[in-house]
Write a protein that binds this ligand. Structure first.
Ligand code: DLL
Length: 438
């Protein structure tokens, strides 16, 4: 097992280490990042007020705008010369969020990613086909480094060039596919188009999927079409990148590497810490980050955390599969709608494919439109009955959403495919260039 000592830490030892590291990290951030010193002063607290783990809740939050406000170098706690890497995420507002790493940070990240591969069931002799984008995005280089630390060989195919990607998957008989789940779905469809049967021709064993929400139904579909164990990996650029949490073979939540990350769940409105198991906004404190210490970073991701023991023997707490971000949540006519709920309802319907789009529009009232492709095999079979399928899928949508969604079924292959994170929601309530034909 890679870094068995860290993976198999006992919860009491994790907590003890967290406390020690938290105290040190709070002091480090206060002394080296002017923003933190200022904020602590404003709130009237000193690092010495943080005496034990439970005092974490006294520490002020950090939010994404704090990073944006420090463009281009981010919240640096070290001289620029000590930085060995920058990454950035684009976001929607234009100013990118830049994150930085020292050599030590890179080593920690590599170790965390290697633990992820190991926990997901990857063996050192496997070849990792890394189809995450290389560049400013942390996915490509994060999965790359981790695979090397783990001792695997990496095939750095990056995103795109799907035909070549599939040829190499076959020629190299790669065992691991690292990609966004939406790209994995696209790859499995494309394999068929280019004359391959993934179950017969490929040698894939484990998929390392993340960077976007994906439902249990999507997991089932990927596992069946590619013949792999599809494992969920969570992370974000601000927290190194991928590698914060990962599933073990039990697939019952993602273990958060808690010797490095202190997790809390808060009520997004009040900032109050919620009890274990309650759903809320996930907040992380990075316990050893050198270049860019982040204290109580508000992720906007919605989930819940459990400390219950897992069959796999790891005692790192688990976060349940992330349903989505609070800022992805749509409010349609006053009702909260998560895109992942739409996905789950659609994929639950036998005969609906994996590709869909959600469009929110408004004439007088808000309206929710869902456009979903019919599954290719189903579309070509004699069983296909458009009206029946539409009725069934609409009923499933209504049951999950508590609001009427106007569903349109599309021929397979109609909607655009993405190689990175899928863009599934179009909110055109305020837009001029609207898709009129809904
Ligand atoms: O997406 C890092 C990453 C790369 C994670 C590859 C996993 C695999 P960002 O571009 O900063 O970083 O986006 C972070 O993506 O706050 C979540 O909303 C979402 N996200 C990431 N992983 C998952 C996941 C990378 N497994 C944002 N499930 C996060 C659901 C995820 N959402």
């Amino acid at each position: 097992m890679f870094n068995e000592k860290a993976q198999k830490m006992k919860l009491d030892d994790i907590r003890e280490l967290q406390e020690k590291r938290l105290l040190k990290q709070v002091k480090y951030a206060y002394e080296n990042v002017p923003m933190y010193k200022k904020r602590f002063k404003e709130e009237g607290i000193k690092p010495s007020d943080i005496k034990k783990l439970e005092d974490a809740r006294k520490v002020p939050f950090t939010v994404k705008d704090d990073l944006r406000d420090h463009y281009p170098y981010g919240i640096l706690a070290v001289p620029k010369e000590k930085v060995v890497r920058f990454h950035a995420s684009s976001g929607t507002t234009g100013t990118p969020t830049v994150v930085s790493y020292t050599k030590k940070d890179m080593d920690v990240w590599g170790d965390l990613m290697a633990r992820c591969y190991d926990s997901a069931g990857v063996e050192p002799e496997y070849i990792v086909q890394n189809a995450y984008g290389y560049g400013l995005f942390t996915g490509g280089l994060g999965f790359h480094q981790g695979a090397e630390v783990m001792g695997c060989a990496v095939l750095p195919t990056s995103t795109g060039n799907t035909k070549k990607q599939i040829k190499m998957m076959n020629d190299f008989q790669t065992e691991v596919l690292a990609a966004t789940p939406s790209y994995a779905i696209y790859l499995s469809e494309a394999a068929e188009k280019y004359g391959f049967d993934p179950l017969e021709d490929f040698n894939l064993k484990v998929g390392m999927f993340g960077a976007e929400p994906w439902s249990e139904e999507a997991r089932e579909s990927i596992e069946n079409s590619l013949g792999i164990k599809a494992q969920d990996v969570y992370g974000m650029s601000e927290l190194y990148g991928p590698g914060v949490a990962v599933e073990c073979p039990e697939q019952n939540g993602l273990h958060i590497w808690s010797d490095e990350f202190l997790v809390e769940t808060i009520d997004p409105k009040t900032g109050e810490v919620l009890p274990e198991g309650e759903k809320g906004e996930i907040v992380f404190t990075m316990l050893t980050r050198e270049a860019m210490p982040l204290l109580r970073y508000r992720t906007k991701d919605v989930g819940s955390v459990t400390y219950e023991e897992c069959e796999c023997g790891r005692q790192h707490p688990r976060i349940e599969k992330i349903e989505g971000r609070s800022d992805d949540m749509l409010i349609v006519g006053g009702v909260n709608v998560f895109p992942s709920q739409v996905e789950a309802a659609l994929l639950e319907t036998e005969g609906i494919g994996e590709h869909y789009q959600i469009i929110v529009d408004r004439d007088v009232l808000d309206k929710l439109y869902v456009r979903a492709e019919v599954d290719k095999d189903h579309y070509e079979s004699s069983e296909y009955d458009e009206e029946k399928l539409k009725k069934e899928a609409s009923e499933n949508l209504t049951a999950v959403l508590n609001i009427k969604a106007r569903l349109k079924l599309l021929e397979p292959g109609t909607l655009p495919r993405t190689v990175g994170k899928a863009k599934r929601v179009i909110d055109q309530r305020e837009e001029q260039d609207r898709i009129e034909e809904l």
